[in-house]
Design a protein around this ligand. Structure first.
Ligand code: SAH
Length: 383
């Protein structure tokens, strides 16, 4: 394994157990590692501190372990087994009402760059670092060992949206259950790993607020919130998304749950749609895609969230309920709430915060890596 040395004083960062080392902390004394290569990290006194994946970028090393152990099959098996134990303790595994959960949540489960989602017998892997991508064979072996007979197939989905089966073969759309509702998931052609598992608990909340309301599910994707809100007694529910295939699947998902009577699926741009439908809805769910993927885009993202929320706040009926979210990692809870406040001022409406929302326990966050807390939401009452 190649070694990298930290500049004097930078070892303190590792004592805080943050799993990233930024390029500015590195003092190369040897050959520069290749992108994705495993490296050992030493302090300026040549004490070994950690092992991680190297990449020539601002986040230069993603740490896998804070000691000198190996990154082998036993390492991955141990981490994945521990992750599965947590999901079992949460009641998500072998549960008739639920067959979808996040099995591995990257840094939150000690595996930076790796997400594994479980869809009723199929594990969908998504790697966001070159290092993890190179270790897919070990990850596949570890998943087979830990999941045993219950595992029918493994599909790998990378950021360029090309994917392939690494074990077995599945077919999409594939049915899963969440809180007793049925959803069809398409990890081959859909977005991310196919389904936004991180909204499970928030969807349940939406069901509790929807009774007798006319609801707009903006950025509906395949209708996760739509099914819950209709089940919760929404008088009418309109799913709006700019993706045709997502709307087709939303319509199917609502039908599968026998809730189609008061539902419409509409392929449209949310901003245009809201402008044309003012004062029509008394509940709006706004769960847009991440507006910023990097710090450099954060300012534009804030402008986008403000514009979206000001529009939603000014178009909702008096007494309406607004569920609003941001899944941009670089927009933290504080900035998100400040942005929503700015939108409220622009709308001129009186607004109360009813609840603050986040991500569920199968998307755990390492306390040493607050950036992992990416999903933020508010339930607002708009007078
Ligand atoms: N709430 C969903 C997930 C939303 S993901 C769930 O619980 O499953 C974000 C969605 O926004 C994607 O489906 C994407 O197609 C859609 N989208 C992005 N920009 C849009 C726009 N300007 N208008 C409408 N939909 C948009």
């Amino acid at each position: 394994m190649k070694t990298v040395k930290l500049k004097r004083g930078k070892e303190k960062l590792l004592q805080r157990r943050h799993p990233w080392i930024f390029s500015g902390a590195l003092a190369f004394q040897e050959e520069k590692p290749e992108n994705g290569e495993l490296v050992q990290v030493f302090d300026f006194r040549d004490r070994l501190l950690a092992v991680g994946h190297y990449y020539n970028s601002s986040i230069a090393i993603r740490i896998l372990r804070f000691d000198e152990g190996l990154i082998d099959l036993a390492f991955f098996t141990g981490k994945i087994r521990k992750a599965l134990e947590l999901r079992k303790a949460l009641g998500l595994v072998q549960n008739e009402e639920n067959s979808v959960y996040r099995l591995v949540n990257a840094e939150g489960d000690g595996l930076p760059g790796l997400v594994v989602d479980w869809y009723n017998g199929v594990a969908v892997i998504s790697t966001s670092s070159a290092g993890m991508k190179l270790q897919e064979d070990l990850i596949v072996s570890a998943l087979k060992e830990v999941l045993g007979e219950s595992l029918k197939a493994i599909y790998s989905r990378d950021e360029e949206k090309k994917g392939k089966y690494l074990f077995g073969k599945g077919s999409t759309p594939h049915p899963v259950r969440e809180y007793g509702h049925t959803f069809l998931v398409d990890w081959e052609a859909g977005q991310k790993t196919g389904f936004f598992i991180d909204q499970r608990e928030n969807r349940k909340k939406a069901a509790a607020y929807a009774r007798d309301r006319k609801v707009l599910n903006a950025f509906s994707y395949t209708g996760g919130f739509s099914v819950y809100a209709l089940h919760g007694g929404a008088a009418q529910l309109d799913s709006v998304d700019s993706s045709g295939p997502a709307i087709d699947l939303a319509i199917k998902n609502v039908e599968l749950n026998k809730l189609a009577e008061n539902h419409r699926g509409i392929e449209a741009d949310v901003f245009d749609y809201m402008k044309d439908h003012k004062n029509e809805y008394d509940m709006i769910i706004a769960d847009p895609p991440a507006f910023a993927r990097s710090i450099s885009r954060r300012h534009n993202a804030v402008i986008g969230y403000k514009r979206l929320n000001a529009l939603a706040m000014s178009s909702i009926r008096a007494g309406g309920i607004l569920f609003t979210f941001s899944c941009s990692q670089v927009v933290d809870t504080r900035l998100f709430e400040d942005t929503i406040r700015a939108a409220a001022i622009e709308s001129g409406r009186n607004i109360q915060v009813l609840e603050r929302l986040s991500q569920p326990a199968d998307h755990p966050v390492s306390i040493y890596h607050p950036e992992g807390n990416y999903l933020k939401g508010l339930i607002l009452k708009v007078d």
